[in-house]
Design a protein around this ligand. Structure first.
Ligand code: NDP
Ligand code: MG
Length: 384
Protein backbone atom coordinates (compact mmCIF):
# COMPACT_ATOMS: atom_id res chain seq x y z
CA UNK A 1 0.00 0.00 0.00
CA UNK A 2 1.46 3.36 -1.06
CA UNK A 3 0.67 6.16 1.36
CA UNK A 4 -0.05 9.39 -0.49
CA UNK A 5 0.20 12.99 0.74
CA UNK A 6 -1.60 15.69 -1.20
CA UNK A 7 -0.99 19.44 -1.14
CA UNK A 8 -4.07 21.22 -2.52
CA UNK A 9 -6.58 18.36 -2.16
CA UNK A 10 -9.65 20.54 -2.78
CA UNK A 11 -8.49 21.85 -6.17
CA UNK A 12 -8.88 20.48 -9.68
CA UNK A 13 -5.75 18.29 -9.62
CA UNK A 14 -6.35 17.44 -5.94
CA UNK A 15 -9.85 16.08 -6.56
CA UNK A 16 -8.70 14.11 -9.61
CA UNK A 17 -5.86 12.64 -7.53
CA UNK A 18 -8.47 11.55 -4.99
CA UNK A 19 -10.43 9.91 -7.78
CA UNK A 20 -7.37 7.87 -8.78
CA UNK A 21 -6.85 6.84 -5.13
CA UNK A 22 -10.56 5.93 -4.96
CA UNK A 23 -10.19 3.66 -8.02
CA UNK A 24 -7.36 1.69 -6.35
CA UNK A 25 -8.20 1.28 -2.66
CA UNK A 26 -5.90 -1.75 -2.38
CA UNK A 27 -2.90 0.15 -3.84
CA UNK A 28 -3.16 3.74 -2.52
CA UNK A 29 -4.32 5.47 0.63
CA UNK A 30 -4.40 9.15 1.59
CA UNK A 31 -2.44 9.72 4.78
CA UNK A 32 -2.32 13.53 4.84
CA UNK A 33 -3.47 16.53 2.83
CA UNK A 34 -3.69 20.30 2.76
CA UNK A 35 -6.42 22.60 1.53
CA UNK A 36 -6.93 26.36 1.32
CA UNK A 37 -10.36 27.65 2.30
CA UNK A 38 -12.84 25.08 1.01
CA UNK A 39 -13.76 23.57 4.36
CA UNK A 40 -16.89 21.75 3.15
CA UNK A 41 -14.95 19.73 0.58
CA UNK A 42 -12.13 19.14 3.08
CA UNK A 43 -14.64 17.63 5.54
CA UNK A 44 -15.96 15.31 2.83
CA UNK A 45 -12.39 14.22 2.05
CA UNK A 46 -11.64 13.50 5.70
CA UNK A 47 -14.83 11.44 6.04
CA UNK A 48 -14.09 9.39 2.94
CA UNK A 49 -10.30 8.90 3.15
CA UNK A 50 -9.54 9.01 6.92
CA UNK A 51 -6.17 10.84 6.79
CA UNK A 52 -4.10 11.30 9.95
CA UNK A 53 -2.90 14.85 9.27
CA UNK A 54 -4.70 17.82 7.65
CA UNK A 55 -3.42 21.34 6.99
CA UNK A 56 -5.80 24.30 6.58
CA UNK A 57 -4.60 27.63 5.19
CA UNK A 58 -6.15 29.54 8.12
CA UNK A 59 -5.68 29.00 11.85
CA UNK A 60 -9.38 29.55 12.64
CA UNK A 61 -10.38 26.72 10.27
CA UNK A 62 -7.89 24.35 11.90
CA UNK A 63 -9.28 25.26 15.34
CA UNK A 64 -12.86 24.83 14.22
CA UNK A 65 -12.27 21.46 12.58
CA UNK A 66 -10.27 20.32 15.60
CA UNK A 67 -13.07 21.18 18.02
CA UNK A 68 -16.01 20.04 15.90
CA UNK A 69 -14.84 16.89 14.26
CA UNK A 70 -12.46 14.00 14.05
CA UNK A 71 -10.55 13.54 17.28
CA UNK A 72 -8.17 11.11 15.53
CA UNK A 73 -7.00 13.66 12.92
CA UNK A 74 -4.25 16.17 13.66
CA UNK A 75 -5.00 19.64 12.26
CA UNK A 76 -2.25 22.12 11.44
CA UNK A 77 -2.32 25.39 9.49
CA UNK A 78 -0.42 27.94 7.41
CA UNK A 79 2.97 27.53 5.81
CA UNK A 80 4.35 25.64 8.78
CA UNK A 81 1.45 23.22 8.45
CA UNK A 82 2.06 22.76 4.71
CA UNK A 83 5.61 21.75 5.55
CA UNK A 84 4.39 19.28 8.19
CA UNK A 85 2.26 17.62 5.51
CA UNK A 86 5.15 17.72 3.01
CA UNK A 87 7.51 15.83 5.33
CA UNK A 88 4.96 13.55 7.06
CA UNK A 89 6.84 10.52 8.25
CA UNK A 90 4.35 7.85 7.12
CA UNK A 91 4.04 9.24 3.56
CA UNK A 92 5.65 7.51 0.54
CA UNK A 93 4.76 10.01 -2.19
CA UNK A 94 3.67 13.66 -2.18
CA UNK A 95 1.50 15.14 -4.93
CA UNK A 96 2.06 18.91 -5.05
CA UNK A 97 -1.19 20.38 -6.36
CA UNK A 98 -1.33 23.77 -4.68
CA UNK A 99 -1.39 26.68 -7.05
CA UNK A 100 1.38 29.28 -7.09
CA UNK A 101 4.85 29.77 -5.67
CA UNK A 102 3.52 28.93 -2.18
CA UNK A 103 4.44 25.36 -3.19
CA UNK A 104 8.19 25.98 -3.42
CA UNK A 105 9.29 25.76 0.22
CA UNK A 106 7.16 22.68 1.12
CA UNK A 107 8.42 20.88 -2.01
CA UNK A 108 12.04 21.59 -1.07
CA UNK A 109 11.37 20.36 2.47
CA UNK A 110 9.74 17.18 1.14
CA UNK A 111 12.78 16.52 -1.03
CA UNK A 112 15.11 17.11 1.91
CA UNK A 113 13.05 14.56 3.84
CA UNK A 114 13.61 12.05 1.01
CA UNK A 115 10.03 12.00 -0.32
CA UNK A 116 9.18 11.04 -3.90
CA UNK A 117 7.18 13.79 -5.59
CA UNK A 118 4.43 13.91 -8.19
CA UNK A 119 4.80 17.50 -9.36
CA UNK A 120 1.72 19.36 -10.60
CA UNK A 121 2.62 22.74 -9.08
CA UNK A 122 4.64 24.12 -12.01
CA UNK A 123 5.22 27.50 -10.32
CA UNK A 124 7.59 25.68 -7.94
CA UNK A 125 9.97 24.81 -10.80
CA UNK A 126 9.52 28.16 -12.52
CA UNK A 127 10.53 30.14 -9.48
CA UNK A 128 13.11 27.82 -7.89
CA UNK A 129 14.05 25.28 -10.57
CA UNK A 130 17.77 25.20 -9.79
CA UNK A 131 17.11 24.60 -6.07
CA UNK A 132 14.52 21.91 -6.70
CA UNK A 133 16.61 19.96 -9.23
CA UNK A 134 19.63 20.15 -6.95
CA UNK A 135 17.50 18.81 -4.07
CA UNK A 136 16.15 15.96 -6.22
CA UNK A 137 19.71 14.94 -7.12
CA UNK A 138 20.96 15.21 -3.56
CA UNK A 139 18.07 13.22 -2.07
CA UNK A 140 18.20 10.64 -4.88
CA UNK A 141 14.41 10.51 -5.11
CA UNK A 142 11.98 10.50 -8.02
CA UNK A 143 10.14 13.61 -9.14
CA UNK A 144 7.52 12.55 -11.68
CA UNK A 145 5.77 15.28 -13.70
CA UNK A 146 1.98 15.48 -13.53
CA UNK A 147 1.56 18.33 -16.03
CA UNK A 148 0.24 16.53 -19.14
CA UNK A 149 2.92 17.87 -21.53
CA UNK A 150 5.75 16.93 -19.19
CA UNK A 151 4.27 13.55 -18.41
CA UNK A 152 4.08 12.99 -22.19
CA UNK A 153 7.74 13.92 -22.67
CA UNK A 154 8.74 11.85 -19.63
CA UNK A 155 6.98 8.85 -21.20
CA UNK A 156 8.58 9.45 -24.63
CA UNK A 157 12.00 9.55 -22.96
CA UNK A 158 11.63 6.29 -21.07
CA UNK A 159 14.52 4.07 -22.09
CA UNK A 160 16.09 6.76 -24.31
CA UNK A 161 19.45 8.53 -23.91
CA UNK A 162 19.12 12.21 -23.15
CA UNK A 163 22.12 13.11 -25.39
CA UNK A 164 20.23 11.70 -28.38
CA UNK A 165 17.37 14.17 -28.02
CA UNK A 166 17.25 16.93 -30.64
CA UNK A 167 14.35 18.94 -29.22
CA UNK A 168 11.21 18.89 -27.11
CA UNK A 169 7.93 20.04 -28.66
CA UNK A 170 5.25 21.17 -26.22
CA UNK A 171 1.75 21.28 -27.63
CA UNK A 172 -0.63 24.12 -26.73
CA UNK A 173 -4.39 24.26 -27.24
CA UNK A 174 -4.38 28.07 -27.51
CA UNK A 175 -6.77 28.53 -24.58
CA UNK A 176 -10.21 30.14 -24.43
CA UNK A 177 -9.42 32.97 -26.86
CA UNK A 178 -7.48 31.17 -29.57
CA UNK A 179 -9.90 32.31 -32.29
CA UNK A 180 -9.87 35.98 -31.24
CA UNK A 181 -7.62 38.74 -32.56
CA UNK A 182 -5.67 41.00 -30.21
CA UNK A 183 -8.22 43.77 -30.84
CA UNK A 184 -11.04 41.48 -29.71
CA UNK A 185 -9.09 40.61 -26.54
CA UNK A 186 -9.71 44.12 -25.20
CA UNK A 187 -13.32 43.32 -24.41
CA UNK A 188 -13.23 39.75 -23.08
CA UNK A 189 -14.81 38.91 -19.72
CA UNK A 190 -13.73 36.71 -16.82
CA UNK A 191 -16.51 34.22 -17.64
CA UNK A 192 -15.32 33.91 -21.25
CA UNK A 193 -11.70 33.50 -20.12
CA UNK A 194 -12.68 30.70 -17.71
CA UNK A 195 -14.33 28.72 -20.49
CA UNK A 196 -11.45 26.53 -21.71
CA UNK A 197 -12.27 24.47 -24.83
CA UNK A 198 -10.55 21.19 -23.80
CA UNK A 199 -9.69 21.07 -20.10
CA UNK A 200 -11.57 21.74 -16.88
CA UNK A 201 -8.96 23.24 -14.53
CA UNK A 202 -8.52 25.71 -11.66
CA UNK A 203 -9.18 29.39 -12.36
CA UNK A 204 -5.55 30.56 -12.36
CA UNK A 205 -4.23 28.01 -14.87
CA UNK A 206 -7.28 28.56 -17.10
CA UNK A 207 -6.46 32.29 -17.32
CA UNK A 208 -2.78 31.40 -17.86
CA UNK A 209 -3.88 29.20 -20.77
CA UNK A 210 -5.80 32.11 -22.29
CA UNK A 211 -2.76 34.43 -22.06
CA UNK A 212 -0.49 31.51 -23.11
CA UNK A 213 1.71 32.18 -20.09
CA UNK A 214 0.78 28.66 -18.99
CA UNK A 215 2.80 27.37 -21.94
CA UNK A 216 5.58 29.80 -21.05
CA UNK A 217 5.68 28.45 -17.50
CA UNK A 218 5.72 24.94 -18.99
CA UNK A 219 8.70 25.81 -21.19
CA UNK A 220 10.63 26.80 -18.05
CA UNK A 221 9.33 23.68 -16.27
CA UNK A 222 10.58 21.51 -19.17
CA UNK A 223 13.96 23.24 -19.15
CA UNK A 224 14.49 22.17 -15.54
CA UNK A 225 12.86 18.74 -15.61
CA UNK A 226 14.64 17.51 -18.72
CA UNK A 227 17.87 19.57 -18.49
CA UNK A 228 17.10 21.04 -21.91
CA UNK A 229 18.43 24.38 -23.21
CA UNK A 230 15.73 26.85 -24.27
CA UNK A 231 16.70 26.77 -27.94
CA UNK A 232 15.81 23.07 -27.96
CA UNK A 233 12.28 23.62 -26.65
CA UNK A 234 9.50 24.50 -29.10
CA UNK A 235 5.80 25.22 -28.77
CA UNK A 236 3.29 23.95 -31.32
CA UNK A 237 -0.37 24.97 -31.46
CA UNK A 238 -2.57 21.88 -31.53
CA UNK A 239 -6.18 22.64 -30.79
CA UNK A 240 -7.54 19.17 -29.99
CA UNK A 241 -5.16 18.45 -27.04
CA UNK A 242 -4.87 14.82 -28.19
CA UNK A 243 -1.10 14.86 -28.71
CA UNK A 244 0.16 15.87 -25.28
CA UNK A 245 3.72 16.62 -26.47
CA UNK A 246 6.53 15.25 -28.64
CA UNK A 247 10.25 14.52 -28.60
CA UNK A 248 12.42 14.71 -31.71
CA UNK A 249 15.62 12.63 -31.69
CA UNK A 250 18.94 13.12 -33.51
CA UNK A 251 18.00 10.70 -36.29
CA UNK A 252 14.84 12.77 -37.07
CA UNK A 253 12.55 10.22 -35.45
CA UNK A 254 9.73 11.81 -33.44
CA UNK A 255 7.92 10.21 -30.51
CA UNK A 256 4.58 11.52 -29.29
CA UNK A 257 2.25 10.72 -26.43
CA UNK A 258 -1.48 10.68 -27.24
CA UNK A 259 -4.69 10.32 -25.28
CA UNK A 260 -7.99 11.96 -24.51
CA UNK A 261 -7.49 15.00 -22.31
CA UNK A 262 -7.86 13.51 -18.80
CA UNK A 263 -5.44 14.64 -16.08
CA UNK A 264 -6.06 11.44 -14.12
CA UNK A 265 -3.82 9.61 -16.62
CA UNK A 266 -0.60 11.54 -15.77
CA UNK A 267 -1.65 11.74 -12.10
CA UNK A 268 -2.02 7.97 -11.91
CA UNK A 269 1.31 7.38 -13.65
CA UNK A 270 3.01 9.64 -11.09
CA UNK A 271 1.45 7.54 -8.33
CA UNK A 272 2.06 4.10 -9.85
CA UNK A 273 5.48 4.75 -11.46
CA UNK A 274 7.37 2.72 -12.63
CA UNK A 275 4.26 0.59 -13.26
CA UNK A 276 1.09 1.32 -15.21
CA UNK A 277 -2.33 0.43 -13.87
CA UNK A 278 -5.83 0.15 -15.30
CA UNK A 279 -7.70 3.47 -15.33
CA UNK A 280 -11.42 3.74 -15.83
CA UNK A 281 -11.46 6.51 -18.44
CA UNK A 282 -12.58 7.09 -22.01
CA UNK A 283 -10.21 5.47 -24.56
CA UNK A 284 -8.77 7.35 -27.53
CA UNK A 285 -10.59 6.71 -30.79
CA UNK A 286 -8.55 8.24 -33.61
CA UNK A 287 -10.89 7.19 -36.38
CA UNK A 288 -13.68 9.08 -34.64
CA UNK A 289 -11.47 12.17 -34.17
CA UNK A 290 -10.27 11.80 -37.79
CA UNK A 291 -8.44 15.14 -38.05
CA UNK A 292 -5.82 16.82 -35.88
CA UNK A 293 -4.75 20.44 -36.41
CA UNK A 294 -1.33 22.04 -35.94
CA UNK A 295 0.06 25.53 -36.48
CA UNK A 296 3.06 27.62 -35.50
CA UNK A 297 2.79 30.04 -32.56
CA UNK A 298 2.52 33.74 -33.36
CA UNK A 299 4.56 35.56 -30.70
CA UNK A 300 2.91 38.88 -31.51
CA UNK A 301 -0.50 37.36 -30.77
CA UNK A 302 0.88 35.66 -27.63
CA UNK A 303 3.59 37.97 -26.21
CA UNK A 304 3.50 36.29 -22.78
CA UNK A 305 5.10 33.20 -24.29
CA UNK A 306 7.98 35.34 -25.51
CA UNK A 307 8.35 36.96 -22.08
CA UNK A 308 8.62 33.48 -20.56
CA UNK A 309 11.29 32.32 -23.03
CA UNK A 310 13.24 35.53 -22.40
CA UNK A 311 12.90 35.30 -18.61
CA UNK A 312 13.96 31.66 -18.71
CA UNK A 313 16.99 32.39 -20.89
CA UNK A 314 18.07 35.26 -18.65
CA UNK A 315 17.59 32.98 -15.65
CA UNK A 316 18.37 33.91 -12.04
CA UNK A 317 15.40 35.68 -10.42
CA UNK A 318 13.78 36.65 -13.76
CA UNK A 319 11.33 33.70 -13.87
CA UNK A 320 10.42 34.43 -10.22
CA UNK A 321 9.45 37.97 -11.22
CA UNK A 322 7.51 36.71 -14.25
CA UNK A 323 5.59 34.29 -12.06
CA UNK A 324 4.95 36.59 -9.08
CA UNK A 325 3.73 39.48 -11.28
CA UNK A 326 1.50 37.11 -13.19
CA UNK A 327 -0.02 35.58 -10.04
CA UNK A 328 -1.02 39.03 -8.77
CA UNK A 329 -2.23 40.25 -12.18
CA UNK A 330 -4.34 37.12 -12.81
CA UNK A 331 -5.93 37.43 -9.37
CA UNK A 332 -6.74 41.09 -10.10
CA UNK A 333 -8.32 40.11 -13.43
CA UNK A 334 -10.38 37.39 -11.71
CA UNK A 335 -11.55 40.01 -9.21
CA UNK A 336 -12.49 42.26 -12.14
CA UNK A 337 -10.05 44.98 -11.09
CA UNK A 338 -8.17 45.02 -14.42
CA UNK A 339 -9.02 44.10 -18.03
CA UNK A 340 -7.56 40.95 -19.60
CA UNK A 341 -4.79 42.62 -21.61
CA UNK A 342 -3.57 44.47 -18.51
CA UNK A 343 -2.22 41.13 -17.21
CA UNK A 344 0.52 41.12 -19.82
CA UNK A 345 1.18 44.86 -19.39
CA UNK A 346 1.80 44.38 -15.66
CA UNK A 347 4.01 41.34 -16.20
CA UNK A 348 6.07 43.19 -18.80
CA UNK A 349 6.42 46.21 -16.52
CA UNK A 350 7.62 44.04 -13.62
CA UNK A 351 10.18 42.28 -15.83
CA UNK A 352 11.46 45.60 -17.19
CA UNK A 353 11.84 47.00 -13.67
CA UNK A 354 13.87 44.05 -12.41
CA UNK A 355 17.59 43.49 -12.53
CA UNK A 356 18.22 39.73 -12.39
CA UNK A 357 20.02 38.24 -9.39
CA UNK A 358 21.83 35.07 -10.40
CA UNK A 359 21.92 31.75 -8.55
CA UNK A 360 19.47 33.09 -5.94
CA UNK A 361 18.97 31.39 -2.58
CA UNK A 362 15.50 30.41 -1.40
CA UNK A 363 15.45 33.50 0.82
CA UNK A 364 16.34 35.77 -2.13
CA UNK A 365 13.65 34.17 -4.28
CA UNK A 366 11.04 34.63 -1.57
CA UNK A 367 12.09 38.24 -0.94
CA UNK A 368 12.01 39.15 -4.66
CA UNK A 369 8.69 37.35 -5.07
CA UNK A 370 7.18 39.41 -2.23
CA UNK A 371 8.70 42.66 -3.52
CA UNK A 372 7.23 42.08 -6.99
CA UNK A 373 3.81 41.22 -5.58
CA UNK A 374 3.78 44.46 -3.56
CA UNK A 375 4.90 46.50 -6.57
CA UNK A 376 2.29 45.03 -8.93
CA UNK A 377 -0.44 45.48 -6.28
CA UNK A 378 0.57 49.10 -6.01
CA UNK A 379 0.43 49.57 -9.80
CA UNK A 380 -3.06 48.04 -9.83
CA UNK A 381 -4.17 50.20 -6.93
CA UNK A 382 -2.88 53.40 -8.51
CA UNK A 383 -4.77 52.79 -11.78
CA UNK A 384 -7.77 54.21 -9.85
P1 NDP B 1 -6.97 24.90 -8.15
O1 NDP B 1 -7.08 26.36 -8.00
O2 NDP B 1 -8.12 24.13 -8.63
O3 NDP B 1 -6.56 24.28 -6.71
C1 NDP B 1 -5.56 24.82 -5.93
C2 NDP B 1 -5.47 24.12 -4.58
O4 NDP B 1 -4.53 24.81 -3.76
C3 NDP B 1 -6.77 24.12 -3.80
O5 NDP B 1 -6.81 22.97 -2.98
C4 NDP B 1 -6.65 25.37 -2.93
O6 NDP B 1 -7.44 25.32 -1.75
C5 NDP B 1 -5.16 25.32 -2.57
N1 NDP B 1 -4.58 26.63 -2.30
C6 NDP B 1 -4.70 27.75 -3.05
N2 NDP B 1 -4.00 28.76 -2.51
C7 NDP B 1 -3.42 28.27 -1.38
C8 NDP B 1 -2.59 28.84 -0.38
N3 NDP B 1 -2.20 30.12 -0.42
N4 NDP B 1 -2.18 28.02 0.62
C9 NDP B 1 -2.56 26.74 0.68
N5 NDP B 1 -3.35 26.14 -0.24
C10 NDP B 1 -3.78 26.91 -1.25
O7 NDP B 1 -5.67 24.63 -9.02
P2 NDP B 1 -5.37 23.41 -10.03
O8 NDP B 1 -5.69 22.12 -9.36
O9 NDP B 1 -5.95 23.71 -11.34
O10 NDP B 1 -3.79 23.54 -10.19
C11 NDP B 1 -2.89 23.16 -9.19
C12 NDP B 1 -1.48 23.18 -9.75
O11 NDP B 1 -1.38 22.18 -10.76
C13 NDP B 1 -1.11 24.52 -10.43
O12 NDP B 1 0.22 24.80 -10.20
C14 NDP B 1 -1.37 24.25 -11.90
O13 NDP B 1 -0.55 25.03 -12.74
C15 NDP B 1 -0.98 22.78 -12.00
N6 NDP B 1 -1.64 22.06 -13.10
C16 NDP B 1 -3.01 21.98 -13.12
C17 NDP B 1 -3.65 21.30 -14.16
C18 NDP B 1 -5.13 21.13 -14.17
O14 NDP B 1 -5.64 20.41 -15.02
N7 NDP B 1 -5.88 21.72 -13.25
C19 NDP B 1 -2.88 20.73 -15.27
C20 NDP B 1 -1.45 20.84 -15.12
C21 NDP B 1 -0.87 21.49 -14.07
P3 NDP B 1 -9.00 25.81 -1.64
O15 NDP B 1 -9.64 25.56 -2.96
O16 NDP B 1 -9.52 24.93 -0.52
O17 NDP B 1 -8.97 27.25 -1.25
MG1 MG C 1 0.00 21.49 -19.05
Amino acid sequence: MKKIGLLGATGSIGLQTLDVIRQHPDQFSLCCFSFGRNKETAIEIIKEFHPQLVCCERKEDAEQLRSLYFSNVRFVFGEKGLIEVAVYDEMDCLITAVVGSVGLRPTLKALEAGKNIGLANKETLVTGGHLVMEAVKKANVKMIPVDSEHSAIFQCLRGEHSDEVEKLILTASGGSFRDLSREQLQYVTVEQALNHPNWSMGAKITIDSATMLNKGLEVIEAHWLFHMPYDKIEVLLHQESVIHSLVEFKDSSVMANLGNPDMRVPIQLALSYPNRMFLNTQRLNLSEIATLHFSAVDYVRYPMLKYAFDAGKTGGTMPTILNAANEVAVEAFLQRKIPFLEIETLVYRALEAHCAIFDPSLETIEAEDLKTRAQVCQWIHSRG
